[in-house]
Each structure stands twice: as structure tokens, then as C-alpha cells.
Write a protein that binds this ligand. Structure first.
Ligand code: ADP
Length: 339
């Protein structure tokens, strides 16, 4: 969706959308075992009771499968799906227009739900809870409020910034799911599945390397696989093997940990301009030429999860491992004391 990692943009838009590779059923959604098992229970229970699924809140970094899960839920429930993103909904009538025309039992997917405007958020509260909306007709003293009933529907709200979602909205979701980065083992399964669909030949060693350099993110695994396929086709004999991946990654400026140039720039800036930190997010964002939102949403989660960067009360700090990634000496005593 629109929350593309900048790496995706750099790798090219030629393979957007990823429809051929997008799993359609829960069984095809690899990894994330607990999430899958729970969802299966909720789906079966709702189907047995012939009810629509409770509203679902999905959070996690981009490319981990939020949109995919929403479409899978629709398939599993045998329901239609309407897809939109909060920034596309400008006026109450935009939201009302969708809500009142949903098919019975539909899934309504709103991406980037943290960006919903307050007036629309309030409309959504009533829609989620009472299955109706208040519609104001006319203006001034003659204005009247009409209650419009809605069909049964399941709202699936997704966000990369769960902390920015208003509490009254968040608490109206019956099912809340946080998707975390995938393990290399889970990503190996995803790479093998995608290679099968795309009919790419690749060695086990290449599977292993790709699953470790894709930032724990299926979307990036798929993108890298496609690029490696290009390199193998043009520069090799068609098979993606160790030397193709090594060569390809260095051409794309991605290192063994999956860090790309901008990640290293962020770490180097903290190390060199700010003495290793702590440095406030805003100052850091300006220094590396990023919006604070993209710093926090795209770069930091992976850098923190991998232990290259730490968030402290006083700001961001590079860790020993971060220095290691830059090939530099480690923290001095004073910085060590801050952790
Ligand atoms: P998000 O909405 O969280 O940004 P998407 O649902 O668009 O992420 O996922 C990006 C792509 O990654 C999908 O098109 C799909 O091909 C792949 N993908 C995501 N999760 C999985 C998974 N668990 N198993 C297999 N492929 C996945």
C-alpha cells in the first residue's frame, strides 16, 4: 500500500502490486503462527454463528502482511472487501458513501488508520458500535440529524503507528493484532514459496542469504528475489546462487545484515555528528534529510529490533553493534554508562 519502505521505491515500481505473490488463504500466509491460529478460531466461530467478524486492528511495520491479512479474512469469511486508506477519506461524506454501500457482512479495510480526520473518526465510532451513522441534513437552525442504519460489516484498520491511534477508536476493535518482523526461518519459507510461483531457480544457500538480508519483511524478500532473478538472468546462468546474491546485494548497496545506504547514513550521523548520541528524533531526522515519520516508521523499527540503535529517554543512541556495522571502534565509557 502507500506505506512503502523507501527501499521498495529504490528497487523500482515494476513489480507493484505484488498480487501474484499475495497469499489468499490463511494456510498460504506463512509464519506468524500464533496470529494465524487465533484468527482461524475467530473466523470459524463467527462463521458458525453466522455473524460478521469482530472489528480487527492490525499494527506493525510496512510490508509485514497487514493488507494481505485483511484480504485473507475476506476470503475466509466468504465476504467482499472494500479497501481504502485514511488520507483518501477527506470529508464525512466520503466515509458515509462507503459505509452505506457496503455489502452485508463485508470487510472494510482502512489503511493508515492513524491518519483519519477527527470528524470521520467520530462517525466511525458510531458505525462500529451501533451499526449506524448520524447524518446532518440542512444547515443552521433547520438542520436535522438523521440516523442511517448500516449493513453488518467488519472494519479492519491497519497502522504502522499504533501509538498515534486515538484511544476511543482503538478500544472499539474487538480483535487487536501486532505483527512483528519475521524470523529468517519464516522468511525462508516465504522466499521458497515466491520462487515457486515465479519459477525462479535458487540454491538453498541463496534462500538463506535472502532471508537474512530482507529486514525481516516479506515484501522486501519478494522484491529482492525479483532483483536477484534479474541479475541471475542477465549476469549468470539463470540460477540464483551465492555469487549472484553477493554480487547483487553489493550492487544494491545492501550489506549482510540487510542495512541499506540510508540506514548506514543514520547510524554514521549519530556516531559522527552526535558523538554516538543521545540525539532527539527531530534533530536526527533533519540531519539525515528524512521526515520524522519516515525515520520512525521505516528505519528505526528494524534498526532497534536488530540492536543497532537504542531509544532512550534522552534520545537515540548507536549501540556497540551499530558501531560494528559501521566498522568502527565501540562506545566509550561515558556512552556505555547511559545504557
Ligand atoms: P502491509 O500491508 O503490512 O504493508 P502487505 O500485506 O502488502 O504488507 O504485504 C506485502 C507483500 O508481502 C504481500 O504482497 C505478500 O506477497 C507478502 N507477504 C506478506 N506477509 C506474508 C506471509 N505471511 N506469507 C507470505 N507472503 C507474505
Amino acid at each position: 500500500m502507500s506505506d512503502e519502505h523507501p527501499l521498495d521505491a529504490r528497487l523500482g515500481d515494476d513489480d507493484l502490486p505484488d498480487n501474484a505473490l499475495r497469499p489468499r488463504r490463511l494456510d498460504e500466509f506463512l509464519g506468524q503462527k500464533e496470529i494465524k491460529e487465533n484468527l482461524r478460531v475467530f473466523v470459524v466461530a463467527a462463521r458458525e454463528r453466522e455473524e460478521s467478524l469482530d472489528h480487527v486492528f492490525l499494527s506493525g511495520p510496512p510490508g509485514l502482511g497487514k493488507t494481505t491479512l485483511a484480504t485473507i479474512l475476506a476470503h475466509e469469511m466468504g465476504a467482499d472487501i472494500r479497501v481504502t486508506a485514511a488520507p483518501a477519506l477527506e470529508k464525512p461524506k466520503d466515509l458515509a458513501g462507503i459505509l452505506t454501500t457496503l455489502g452485508d457482512g463485508s470487510i472494510f479495510f482502512i489503511d493508515e488508520i492513524h491518519r483519519l480526520r477527527p470528524a470521520l473518526e467520530e462517525m466511525l465510532y458510531v458505525a462500529m458500535e451501533d451499526r449506524e451513522i448520524d447524518w446532518v441534513i440542512g444547515q443552521g437552525p433547520s438542520a436535522r440529524t438523521l440516523r442511517v442504519p448500516l449493513p453488518r460489516f467488519t472494519l479492519v484498520g491497519a497502522t504502522t503507528r499504533p501509538g498515534s491511534v486515538a484511544a476511543p477508536l482503538f478500544t472499539r476493535f474487538g480483535i487487536t493484532i501486532r505483527i512483528d518482523f519475521y524470523s529468517p526461518e519464516e522468511l525462508s519459507q516465504i522466499v521458497r514459496r515466491s520462487a515457486g510461483i515465479l519459477e525462479v531457480e535458487l540454491t538453498e544457500e541463496a534462500v538463506d542469504m535472502l532471508s537474512r538480508t530482507c529486514r525481516g519483511t516479506p515484501r522486501i524478500a519478494n522484491r529482492l528475489l525479483r532483483r536477484m532473478r534479474d541479475f541471475a538472468q542477465v549476469l549468470g546462468n539463470g540460477t540464483v546462487d551465492r555469487s549472484i546474491v553477493t554480487n547483487g546485494m553489493s550492487r544494491l548497496e545492501i550489506d549482510q545484515s540487510g542495512l541499506e545506504r540510508q540506514d548506514r547514513h543514520i547510524l554514521r550521523t549519530i556516531a559522527e555528528k552526535f558523538g554516538g548520541g543521545p540525539v532527539g528524533a527531530e534533530t536526527l531526522a533533519i540531519s539525515v534529510g528524512e521526515e520524522i515519520e519516515s525515520l520512525e516508521t521505516f528505519y528505526e523499527p528494524f534498526l532497534i529490533q536488530q540492536g543497532f540503535l537504542q531509544r532512550t529517554a534522552r534520545g537515540r543512541m548507536i549501540t556497540e553493534k551499530g558501531y560494528g556495522a559501521l566498522g568502527r571502534n565501540t562506545l566509550d565509557e561515558e556512552q556505555r554508562a547511559l545504557f
